[in-house]
Design a protein around this ligand. Structure first.
Ligand code: NDP
Length: 504
């Protein structure tokens, strides 16, 4: 048998014991000088870091992205430079509202975040399992999240707050419809799509910019849980996603997704009937067809969850040359919020942690000291600690400057929330009337009724009025389910017709 390593303190000194404290005499009090004990207790107090304000509960895998189709006419991004090129990826999927110990199978939007460790640094695709979002302006985001979290007095989640807010923000109806549809409780992260949601941009070697949306389609098929089935699962295990991912990977059934982009020219963007930079809108497939890009396969369970998944810091501002932003207001705000949140949660040098450190062997910046400055990036010359300098320190590369972004000054000056009457209802109407079938609509009615059942009549009526603007049958169906009580109440008995079901 291999010899066991010697236990040491964090400073490397061998530890005489890990079980008994030094005391004054056999029955006396503990001595202050027992620094091994003090270190152990002090470390325990520091084993937790602030949990994420949103997306606290998460599951992650490591894997590989492989290019299968050529999109170099749209982007010069190195990771897409040739068919067959592979890039290491770290994924993290999450629920939005629940705390770190929340049950996995709750009805909620899921985060879908991918960190591509490219040769040009990290590209973080920080999306969700829905193509749209609840609000389109970051001013509304902290209020929205407050409605999803616990009430300050009851310390419980508040459906009244959620539906009161949504009823005051009809732009939310698109996302709420998806949330209350079958896709609102995916069976596991492997059984859902991922979307970049925002409009991003790509530019090619000729400096031409196109607006793009990112789509990752599950190869496992969409599978979802009814409210009743989810309640049954939560009663048995709170970790159903972690368990399912663990089983899939350890059994060699590696989850896969196909990556697509949608592309819109700058000229097209000037003429769309909807604002293409509005996060509550999709781009219709018929007008902007999906263009296949590659395959994502997640095949490895990280050795240490905390180190690789809890410490993973996804930033929408982590883009690489060839990928850029758009005038999407929510995207612009996230460019501030994500890095700020990570500096608070993980510390100044969070990008140097193993989960976040680029794998391209090239981190040359002049941000030096501060807490946890445990890395070296002195470029081999201590004199090169400012810029410009005469000591061959790193210099900027103007060739990676992105082309100018075409924006509409009128749109920037206009109040974004003053939109034409029907524009927020057209797309949810298409989803409700054209995409969902009768059974799916029926379940949507019941799930929605279940969610809003605890609300006061005033909030219910305001929300029903929003549903009516989407489609009269939407309002009528939810009202009927509210009146009959046939809704997605998790307390309903589990029957044979509420199994885990694959979508048709
Ligand atoms: P399509 O008929 O081409 O697209 C409909 C899409 O709806 C499907 O491709 C699928 O997206 C998605 N879908 C199916 N079931 C559900 C569900 N329960 N919840 C959410 N999405 C579902 O028409 P359009 O592109 O014109 O879009 C019509 C409506 O479909 C939109 O208004 C929007 O509400 C919804 N949708 C559109 C998407 C898009 O990017 N165009 C993406 C997702 C939803 P997927 O292929 O991504 O699985």
């Amino acid at each position: 048998m291999a010899e066991k390593p010697t236990l040491t303190s964090t400073s490397g000194a061998p530890s005489p014991t890990n079980r008994t404290s030094q005391t004054a005499g056999g029955r006396g009090p503990v001595l202050m000088q027992d620094h091994h004990l003090l270190e152990k207790l002090a470390h325990q107090n520091r084993e937790r870091i602030p949990e994420r304000v949103v997306h606290a509960k998460g599951w992650g895998l490591q894997g590989t992205f492989t290019v299968t189709h050529d999109i170099t006419r749209y982007t010069c991004a190195n990771l897409f430079s040739q068919i067959g090129k592979t890039t290491e990826v770290l994924s993290r999927w999450s629920t939005v509202a629940g705390e770190r110990g929340a049950a996995d199978a709750e009805r909620d939007v899921r985060g879908f975040a991918l960190k591509f460790y490219t040769d040009d640094g990290n590209w973080d695709m920080v999306g969700n399992n829905t193509p749209v979002f609840f609000v389109r302006d970051a001013f509304k985001f902290p209020d929205f999240i407050r409605t999803q979290k616990r009430h300050p007095k009851t310390n419980m989640r508040s459906p009244e707050a959620m539906f009161d807010f949504w009823a005051s923000q009809p732009e939310s109806i698109h996302q709420v419809t998806i949330l209350m549809s079958d896709r609102g409780i995916p069976r596991s992260p492997a059984h859902m799509n991922g979307y970049g949601s925002h409009t991003f941009s790509m530019w090619n070697a000729a400096g031409e910019r196109h607006w793009v949306k990112f789509h990752f389609h599950t190869r496992q098929g969409h599978e979802w849980l009814s409210d009743a089935k989810a309640a049954e699962i939560i009663g048995q295990t709170r970790e159903s996603y972690q368990e399912e991912l663990w089983n899939m990977v350890t059994e060699g059934r590696f989850p896969k997704w196909t990556m697509f982009i949608q592309v819109m020219t700058e000229e097209q963007a000037l003429k769309t009937p909807f604002n293409p930079f509005d996060l509550t809108k999709v781009w219709p497939h018929a007008d902007y067809p999906l263009i296949e890009v590659g395959e994502l396969e997640m095949h490895t369970i990280p050795e240490n969850y905390f180190q690789m998944v809890e410490n993973a810091a996804y930033n929408v501002n982590n883009v690489v040359p060839g990928i850029g932003f758009s005038p999407d207001k929510m995207l612009q705000a996230r460019i501030f919020s994500y890095a700020d949140a990570h500096r608070y949660r993980l510390g100044t040098h969070y990008e140097a942690l193993p989960a976040n450190a680029p794998r391209n062997g090239r981190v040359n910046h002049y941000h030096k000291d501060g807490a946890m400055r445990f890395f070296t990036n002195d470029f081999g010359n201590p004199d090169a600690y400012y810029e410009p300098n005469q000591y061959d320190g790193p210099v900027a590369d103007e060739s990676v400057q992105e082309p100018p972004m075409r924006i509409d000054p009128e749109a920037v000056a206009a109040r974004f929330d003053q939109v034409e009457d029907d524009i927020d209802y057209i797309q949810p109407r298409a989803l409700y009337a054209d995409v969902l079938n009768d059974e799916e609509r029926d379940r949507l009615h019941r799930n929605m009724a279940g969610g809003m059942a605890p609300c006061t009549d005033g909030v219910k009526e305001r929300w029903l009025a929003v549903l009516k603007k989407v489609h009269p049958e939407y309002e009528a169906g939810v009202r009927r389910a509210l009146e009959t009580g046939e809704h997605g109440d998790p307390s309903l008995p589990v029957t044979d017709d509420t199994p885990i079901r694959a979508a048709e």
